[in-house]
Ligand binder design. Structure first.
Ligand code: ADP
Ligand code: MG
Length: 671
């Protein structure tokens, strides 16, 4: 077996499993080895059921004392059994694993590992892992890697496959000279891969992560340096004459621009009118009004006779931008269309044709825009919104649709300037510092679960005043059906609590695209008062009439992500509120959430999160959400980013990294 062999050469992986791996972009043995755990679990001793408290993740040795019960609710299959130990009883439930009915026999004993909830006064473990006792005892000796999964692919399969290719790790080529490794205290690449998948101990695991983070940054910066040298020599083939048309558009807006917006638009027009192709990043906190900057840029481009494309990470966001653009461009006769994964085939063909022949001026879409079938007549400008959700290759693929079009990327990620200069070395940066005038600062509170009822009452009172609310339930992992059930359950709870005083609906990633679009549409049209959702709505969604953001189990989210979620409210003139419910009442988790109470500043929040992180927290919660890197996170591994930059400066072309294949998140299917 070789690193570049198909994963089907691995014992135990057939067509079916290979297809599941393919969904995660894993095709070869090397792809598999370069898919790192997203976390590690160490298994503690089993505890008595009587001693278990709500919200704890525990292992319980229990005897199954009921027959498995199978229920169907909508598209969910729920299997339930009861267990007991000498101290008490507990219920266990699994979603969409109907075959468990045959595995879990009355009278069998297993170790069940999971998080405990209290429902109707009894203890319930949802979706526990199941182990034979012997197996569990063995596992207690190890750190258990948790891999990114997709529906149908279990962590167990992942671990087994990894074990099957373990012997190949030693054949991975080191590319760093010994002197560099020694000076920077970086472990050898093969040791790093060994320990990231099969951690020897905590110290080795930490060093392995450090080394791999270094590699990811180094490869990225290396590639950036190569393209940077090229980019700056690109001539401007789509010269846009400054100010010619934009003023008309700006005049048509229902508000006046902030200073930051004006400056960003000026920067963009200057770039597009210069001798070189534009390559610019617009950075501005959530709600700072980046969309209108993009609209102005596309307007100028279209008025000059070229086409423009706007790529966004989710269909929900594409639809929103599409509606906004249609409304604001209508009076100018600009032809806007939308292209997303779920666009019907016939309509897609129609759009392809019009893009090719110039029948469309502005196209908004998701990854669907970078498919091979998409061709433009003359693409002058490409924009990626929420750029951190895209890989570099995806951004490049969109640019390649044209003949050196101008490039604009927009981001709300608060990256400290020192890091931004390294990461965006190839780009010019415009920063929008202030929020539009008239915004009232959001009022925040971080509270325990006992406050839930008060929070619901509060939502009811806001709805009575004509406002709308979001309720977010955690999404542990995109493939995890747990989050769906949370949303389903929670929607039911909200409905029964609010009765006919509010219209409650839900939204989650496993709904069909048109269902999601319909829900968003109705929420926007105020036909829904309370939207219970997963983090599908995390990025970009804009409904200025929403004034409450309630986040359940807020402790499970990174602070930066909570800040993004909070950005969904406070987008209009009304006073807005954000309630973070801490489901795990530890002082540490409360201290973290209190940071959000004290500050609305994205930079400050990201830094505090880093400061408050505990030992043994190997990855923390991904802060930046940057899709550029697989394992590395610009916040968590800022030191490695600087280190990679220093090595590159010193050694330049004398070191060639063994290039990492860029993993692209398929956000289209996920969200
Ligand atoms: P983000 O930077 O998060 O993408 P948006 O572009 O979605 O923010 O803008 C948020 C809201 O603010 C939108 O409803 C938009 O119409 C409004 N907005 C943008 N610029 C201004 C402005 N200068 N004055 C008032 N409202 C504005
Ligand atoms: Mg936006």
């Amino acid at each position: 077996m070789n690193l570049n062999d198909d994963i089907k050469t691995i014992k135990g992986i057939g067509d079916k499993t290979a297809a599941l791996f393919a969904r995660l972009n894993i095709h070869t043995v090397e792809d598999l080895l370069k898919t790192y755990p997203r976390n590690y679990l160490s298994y503690g001793d089993t505890v008595n059921i009587a001693d278990v408290e709500e919200g704890q993740r525990v292992a319980v040795l229990g005897l199954i004392n009921t027959y498995a019960n199978v229920k169907h609710i909508k598209s969910l299959t729920i299997v339930t059994v009861g267990i007991k130990d000498p101290s008490g009883t507990m219920k266990l439930t699994w979603f969409n694993q109907p075959y468990l009915r045959n595995t879990l026999r009355n009278g069998d004993s297993y170790v069940f590992v999971g998080t405990v909830k209290i429902k109707n006064g009894s203890k319930v473990m949802e979706h526990p892992e199941i182990y034979k006792l012997d197996k569990y005892r063995d596992m207690q000796q190890e750190y258990m890697p948790v891999y990114p999964l997709t529906k149908g692919l279990t962590n167990n399969t992942f671990v087994k496959s990894m074990k099957a290719v373990r012997s190949l790790i030693q054949s991975m080529q080191e590319y760093l000279p010994d002197e560099v490794r020694e000076a920077q205290e970086l472990m050898e690449i093969s040791d790093a891969y060994e320990n990231v998948h099969f951690p020897g101990n905590e110290a080795l695991l930490k060093n392995a992560i450090r080394r791999i983070a270094f590699d990811e940054f180094f490869s990225f910066l290396y590639k950036l340096k190569k393209t940077k040298d090229k980019t700056f020599t690109f001539d401007n083939t789509h010269r846009i004459v400054k100010g010619r048309a934009c003023a008309d558009f700006i005049e048509s807006l229902p508000f006046s621009l902030t200073k930051g917006q004006q400056q960003a638009i000026e920067d963009i027009l200057a770039d597009m009118g210069s001798d070189h192709v534009m390559n610019r990043l617009v950075q501005g906190d959530v709600g700072s009004g980046k969309t209108v900057v993009a609209e102005a840029a596309m307007f100028a481009c279209v008025k000059e006779g070229y086409q423009a494309a706007l790529m966004v990470p989710t269909e929900v966001l594409a639809k929103q931008h599409y509606e906004d653009l249609k409304a604001s461009y209508e009076q100018f006769g600009i032809r806007v269309e939308m292209l997303v994964g779920s666009t019907p085939a016939k309509e897609k063909r129609h759009i392809y044709e019009k893009l090719k022949t110039g029948g469309i001026d502005v196209i908004v879409g998701t990854h669907a825009l970078i498919q091979d079938t998409v061709e433009f007549l003359d693409l002058g400008l490409v924009i990626t919104d929420e750029q951190h959700r895209f890989g570099v290759n995806q951004r490049e693929r969109l640019s390649l649709k044209g003949d050196y079009p101008h490039v604009l990327v927009m981001s709300a990620t608060p990256i400290p300037r020192t890091l931004a200069i390294i990461l965006y070395a190839d780009m010019d940066i415009s920063i929008i510092k202030e929020l539009p005038k008239g915004r009232k600062p959001i009022k925040n509170c971080a509270v325990g679960t006992s406050y839930r009822e008060t929070a619901m009452k509060f939502i009811a009172s806001q709805v009575a005043e004509g406002s709308q609310a979001y309720v977010i339930c955690p999404m542990v992992n995109e493939s995890d059906s747990l989050d769906v059930s949370n949303v389903v359950d929670y929607t039911e709870t909200m409905k029964s609590y609010l009765g006919n005083t509010a219209r409650v609906e839900m939204l989650h990633g496993q709904m069909k695209a048109d269902e999601k679009a319909e829900i968003m549409e109705r929420f926007k049209n105020r036909e829904i008062d309370v939207l219970v959702s997963t983090t599908v709505i995390e990025v970009g969604v804009n409904n200025p009439n929403a004034t409450v953001m309630l986040v359940e189990n807020a402790e499970r989210f990174g602070l930066a992500q909570l800040h993004q979620l909070r950005g969904r409210v406070g987008r209009g003139k009304k006073q807005s509120y954000c309630i973070f419910i801490n489901g795990k009442a530890t002082p540490e988790s409360m201290e973290r959430l209190k940071v959000l109470e004290d500050s609305n500043d994205g930079f400050f929040i990201a830094n505090e999160d880093l400061r408050l992180r505990g030992p043994g927290d190997f990855f923390g919660i991904r802060q930046s959400g940057e899709a550029l890197f697989i394992l590395a996170d610009i916040y968590n591994h800022a030191d490695m980013l600087k280190c990679a930059q220093a090595v590159l400066n010193e050694y330049g072309d004398r070191i060639t990294p063994s290039m990492l294949p860029e993993k692209e998140r398929k956000t289209d299917t996920v969200l």
